[in-house]
Design a protein around this ligand. Sequence first.
Ligand code: M6R
Length: 615
Amino acid sequence: MCGIIGYAGYRDVVSTILQGLTNLEYRGYDSAGIALQDNGEIKIYKTLGKLVNLKNELEKKKTEFEHPTMGIGHIRWATHGSPSLVNAHPHTCTCGKLVVVHNGIIENYKELREELINKGCKFRSQTDTETIAHLIAEEYSKTKDLEAAVRNSVKKLQGAYAICVMHKNAPDIIVGARKHAPMLIGIGEGENFIASDTPAIIEYTKKAVYLDDNQIAVVTKNNVKITDTNGNEIKKKIEILPWESMSLSKMGYKHFMLKEINEQPDVIRNNLSGKLFDIDAPVNLKEVKLDKAALKKLNKIEIIACGTSLHAAMVGKYIIEDFAGISVEVEASSEYIYRKTTTDASTLVVGVSQSGETADTITAIKQAKKKGAKILIITNRPDSNMARLADSLIPVNAGIEVSVAATKSYTAQLISFYLLAIHLAEVKESLDKSTLRNLKHELIQLPYKIEEILSDTTKIQECAKNFSSYKNFIYIARGVNLPTALEGALKLKEISYINATGYAAGELKHGPIAMLDETMPVLSVMIPGGITYEKVLSNSEEAKARNAKLIALTSSTDKALYNLFDAVLKIPKVSEILSPVITCVPLQLLAYYIAEFLGKDVDQPRNLAKSVTVE
Ligand code: M6R
């Protein structure tokens, strides 16, 4: 979603801010802008589209600025008003002396806008953000103190904001403030940063302070002061950021997505390490803070998530019910929020999120917390807002995921669910020793099986090429692989813009079958030896009878499959219950190669953002 960086220090301000924005680019955006404090003036540059346009614009106009000492930059993902130059950030007050960049949504902006227009403010854009600029400027005109003006103004804002503000007449300070939107302060020597996310500053410093809601930061090149909304100074702990700047490099791969798909074996090993090393010992999930007695009694779990994380949650439901016999409900966070749930103090609510910043999931978790539920968060960002709401936290340790399409974070979430389900089964004593040993043994083998898939992707590439001209796809599966079908279809939709729908294979005949003909390929996920193989096979035959082209994703070595299916994507032998960790990989690759073949912007698909911080 939108991204912010503010910088005060000795480096070249323009290139530091541009690099910070480049490192946030993966989040998805439609326009970009920068405001510079230069020689007693505020200078603003904005462009539509990719960041390279802003870079070119600044290069063209570099004679317009002399020696900027500070600046704020922004990439925008449109919420209020179309993607246009006038709606791009930074926004200014009427006289143009005050500039603001903003992430989030101001819910009461219409009322505020009307009041400000009545007071004579001249609005230029359709954004909620411009209201903030006029509001702070109005306060500033009374106090001539930017920090106080921001403090007084944010009290009037309803909704979510992370803002950075500069004023022509306060040439040494950038003021930041946040509520329900992430913001951190990067601490350097003779330089300081404000940013909406870690990658913006990781190249420059590993030391940071996370702002909490209703806190205000005043940043100069040599100092950082943080206060509450009453102006009381707050001493905050300096944290060491958990990322390496190297993770933002493609390391020779054409796209981040391909790099991240290839990282999955190591991500799984990393995730298992310290938790599962001896198949005769219980899994070590000390992250789950519920004591054994509470876990033994536990009989209701609710898992809430969105998108790909929701698909991981669906696998989680299947295996927790299977291994531990605990009833699990899974729901999209955006639906959970608007329902009278039966969540109570005896419920364990699990929030799953790659980014830990997804607004729908954060709201749902807060709602569950209010009802007294214990909260377990499974996330790739232990430094996120969601993680801060957790009673128990399982970090999935996938490393930073840059491509908008989630891949390695999905497999890492799956592994966390397998560990959790086994842990619950061990506490509840619901599985016998030999089943547990077999499960653990096979879990440890999974990275090797993925390596086998990654070592030769020729068949997947061939299939991608042969099927890339189809406009619609259906993915079918049953049981624990139904989420695989949904996730495979989501991946294809996201990055190639081809319409793909995942269905429970048994549901095909209850309606979707009407759509089948030679223009609608059907991809079937089938694991021999599992309880669903024969049924999915016969559902595939039903599709063939309607002239659909068929693709099989299977570990079967049955030669007869080649008579029925037009393409067979082979995976190594795997038990059905653990197979979702393996079956997702060829589907990620298939989506990747189709999108790549069609020349799509794989890492930054249109209209999508890496973390969706609006409801
Ligand atoms: O950060 P989260 O896991 O909470 O994000 C949830 C979805 O927005 C996300 O999974 C989205 O569907 C991705 N683009 C999937 O590739």
